[in-house]
Ligand binder design. Structure first.
Ligand code: NAD
Length: 260
């Protein structure tokens, strides 16, 4: 308890899934948490359930919204110590030959442009407190490929991985005392996975839903898919001062998926 005492944390895409669990975990450890999302009812419900979590509406693909979000956080909370660029979507499943340019742009926009915008505008506020941690949620699919009809998602998440290293080194050179690391979860049974599997089955890229989930589970040598707390615990470590000598690194939390 208290590992984030006194810190202000902003988590995008925090209305549900991994982001919502990170918000609860960070709040339990003493942080003031601000979540944002395009899902207003779900975001407001989480903020109502927990006095240390506030919600703001924010589409992470929109640069003006980033400026509004940062000034709202500065006005209300006085600064920012932790930024989790978590909001993300799966690609509409398609082989590379069938993937439309619009669908490619959509996944790159939500999963990669958003992280660029988050780093760009987050650093402006975080450097004032001279002690910041940026956690960019990539994926194991940002490290390895797959035949799951997710080429655009792979490209976006791979971009997040090396963007994070560049941001880390720039912040170090500029002596901002802002660290930046990427976090790479294996498969966790949230809506992005359930929805992605359903869409891939409908597109004929995977067998039945249960069979597909069974196959995905078997790709994790530990023998189960992840649960949100597996990822929140890793994010908590990166957010806390316990990882103060860690920057430009990639933290893989995947039940052994990428060790094979
Ligand atoms: P999720 O679908 O449950 O949650 C994603 C959240 O992002 C939703 O609340 C959604 O409304 C929000 N979002 C989507 N587009 C947005 C936008 N334009 N602006 C603001 N918010 C937006 O999925 P999740 O599993 O919680 O995913 C969280 C992150 O973790 C994503 O970046 C995802 O790619 C990554 N990830 C998930 C897994 C997994 O297995 N669940 C594995 C690796 C990486």
């Amino acid at each position: 308890m208290g590992r984030l005492k006194g810190k202000i944390a902003y988590i995008t895409g925090g209305a549900k899934g991994l982001g919502a669990d990170m918000a609860r975990c960070f709040s339990d450890e003493g942080a003031q948490v601000i979540i944002s999302d395009v899902l207003i009812a779900e975001g407001e419900a989480l903020a109502e359930e927990n006095a240390n979590i506030a919600f703001i509406k924010h589409d992470v693909t929109d640069e003006e919204s980033w400026k509004h979000a940062m000034s709202a956080i500065e006005d209300r909370f006085g600064g920012l110590d932790i930024l989790v660029n978590n909001a993300g979507i799966a690609q509409a499943p398609a082989t590379i030959e069938e993937l439309t340019l619009d669908d490619w742009h959509r996944v790159i926009s939500v999963d990669l442009d958003s992280v660029f915008l988050g780093c760009k505008h987050g650093i402006g506020l975080m450097k004032k407190s001279k002690n910041g941690s940026i956690i960019n949620i990539s994926s194991i699919l940002g490290i390895v490929g797959s035949g799951m009809g997710q080429a655009g998602y792979h490209a976006a998440k791979g971009g997040v991985r090396t963007l994070s290293k560049a941001v880390a080194l720039e912040c170090a050179a500029l002596e901002y005392n802002i660290r930046c690391n990427s976090l790479h979860p294996g498969f966790v049974g949230t809506d992005i996975v359930r929805g992605g599997v359903k869409a891939a089955v409908e597109a004929g890229l995977m067998p039945g839903e249960n069979e597909a989930l069974e196959q995905i589970t078997m790709l994790h040598p530990i023998g189960r898919m992840g649960v949100p707390r597996d990822i929140a615990s890793a994010a908590l470590f990166l957010a806390s001062d316990e990882s103060s000598w860690m920057t430009g690194a990639e933290l893989v939390i995947d039940g052994g998926y990428t060790a094979q």
